[in-house]
Design a protein around this ligand. Sequence first.
Ligand code: ASP
Length: 342
Amino acid sequence: MSVVVLVSSAVASPAALSAQRAPARVLVIATGGTIAGQATGGQLTGAQIVEAVPALDDVATIEVEEFSRIGSSAMTPAHWLELSRLVNDRLEGDAGLAGVVVTHGTDTMEETAYFLHLTVHGTRPVVVVGSMRNSSAVSADGPANLLAGVRVAASSQAHGKGVLVVLNDQIHSARDVQKMDNNRVDTFRSTEWGALGIVDTDRIVFRRTLATRHTVISDLHIPPALLELPHVPIVADYAGSDGSALRAAAEGRPEAIVVQAFGGGRAGPRMRQAIADVTRRGVPVIMTSRVPEGRVLADVANPEENIVSAGDLPAHKARVLALLALAKGVEADELQRLFDTH
Ligand code: ASP
């Protein structure tokens, strides 16, 4: 039941009063993942996930749409394209919708959320939620995460903050959040930057906003005719690597390659040689670090020689930005600018 505060006003029209009474409408788009998982191995539908949380009625009128019922390890860039178009469509086509919640597996939640963060062009909240325990588990975290996510999506405070990831009563920016623990429910953390806010029982509290570009002010978008995103593989460096994985990746005609290097974006000697050979042949290489916190500094980059620094984005998120940037056909110096600002 929504709490309605009626303010007596001589000028309020009946239409305005009924608008005040109308509970927020939130669209839940279900994609699958552990939040839908059952002990039997089956998956709940989006409607069943919502029905399991009667407290949602106190917050919003929920509409449900089923996008997919898959584990998030099966998500692909083709899904991201379709999902982003769906979210943009629903928000553009329905001015009365307060916000959107996407239920999603946690394994690739970071990538999907960051893709939406760069390509959904509105200020209304888009919130991605999931869970670490399936719906049949003792102390399943899905219902609480869904409720918290809907509360954020229905909140005017969440406008203009980019795509948000809500789990464990914390509100993270899709840009900064990473899955940090294989099993625990407090797995999503924004490493050195911290969460944007919290979802408490009495209210939602935001403490900071993001300084990078996103949603309405993103320089990235999905061209209307685009059917497929570019090919951008990720190659990890490791002690003793001979660089052959990078050379093999270059044979697959990628538009760029993301290298997950050591601390500070440093690579071993044979990997460095492979990077020099690949970039000379015109394939941009995007340097990231396997260390979870801190930036790959600007001096690692050399856009004139096709080497770009992803800053503090981990390899899998650097790839998301690269896919969208390269779909625009940008050169390495513009790619570097986009990494520096998004
Ligand atoms: N396998 C799950 C997934 O779809 C894991 C989870 O949702 O927590 O990513």
